[in-house]
Design a binder for this molecule. Structure first.
Ligand SMILES: Nc1nc2c(ncn2[C@@H]2O[C@H](COP(=O)(O)OP(=O)(O)OP(=O)(O)O)[C@@H](O)[C@H]2O)c(=O)[nH]1
Length: 245
């Protein structure tokens, strides 16, 4: 299974992956692809953490806006994942870390089977309310660094509650690398998703368009976090031939 980890800069994606490696490397066969714009910093961080055979950690240097390499043209990441899968066959899990991006960035289902979106409480309690496809529809939303809540004046419980409300029943994990119970919850989700994937019960979903559009002659009923319109719905009133295929 390929698992994507996306989220804004500094929310704790590399630390989360290091935690997963620490907890899972002796139970399943793992590899990691990292994405940075200009460097291989995240790969070096993970190698230095000593949580996985350094050969199993491969950097992709995107040279462009991070979402380009995980959503628009996934070639470099596909090659890195396929190389790891060939070199260390059979692998159970390849984790692909996105470069830190903004709230619109999600993985293409052409690259990953499941994806999680990482926010942190230090980024502010209102971030969840700002919405976006990753927050609303990634397979898992992680509200990270819950231990920092008291220091940054963020009501963590409220942030998590608003996360659940935005996701129509999809799961949310409130995580801190210093809180063992929350780490266990994350590990359980990953292993549960892997089991479901192996049993054929997990289907890769596209969290959706970055900004679903609507037409001025339609009533816009969809609030943040709701399902996006389907293409057919969006164009239901358009005269034939007025939109590109
Ligand atoms: N207090 C606290 N700090 C954390 C936690 N998780 C990560 N951090 C810290 O947050 C900072 C950023 O973590 P990273 O894992 O580098 O974040 P990232 O999302 O990979 O960053 P980019 O790759 O630059 O986007 C580091 O100083 C971590 O030690 C946590 O659960 N609690």
């Amino acid at each position: 299974m390929r698992l994507g980890v996306a989220g804004p800069v500094g929310t704790g994606k590399s630390s989360l992956i290091a935690t997963l490696c620490r907890r899972l490397a002796d139970r399943i066969s793992l590899a990691v692809v990292t994405n940075d714009i200009y460097t291989d910093e995240d790969a070096r961080f993970l190698r230095a953490a000593g949580v996985l055979d350094p050969e199993r950690i491969r950097p992709v240097e995107t040279g462009a806006c991070p979402h380009t390499a995980i959503r628009d043209d996934v070639t470099a990441n596909l090659l890195a994942a396929e190389d790891l899968e060939a070199d260390f066959a059979p692998l159970d899990l390849v984790v692909i870390e996105s470069g830190g991006d903004n709230l619109t960035a999600t993985f293409s289902p052409a690259l990953v089977d499941a994806q999680l979106f990482v926010l942190d409480v230090a980024g502010g309690g209102d971030v969840v309310r700002k919405g976006g496809p990753g927050i609303a529809r990634a397979d898992l939303l992680v509200v990270n660094k819950t231990d920092l809540g008291p220091y940054v004046g963020v009501d963590v419980e409220r942030m998590v509650r608003e996360g659940r409300e935005a996701r129509a029943g999809r799961p949310v994990v409130a995580l801190s690398k210093h809180d063992e119970a929350s780490v266990q919850e994350l590990v359980d989700w990953v292993l549960g998703t892997l089991a479901s994937y192996r049993a054929g019960g997990h289907v890769a979903v596209d969290p959706g368009p970055m900004a679903p559009h609507f037409h001025a002659d339609e009533e816009h009923e969809h609030a943040h976090g709701d399902e996006p319109h389907t293409h057919a719905e969006q164009h239901a009133h358009a005269p034939a031939g007025t939109h590109p295929a």
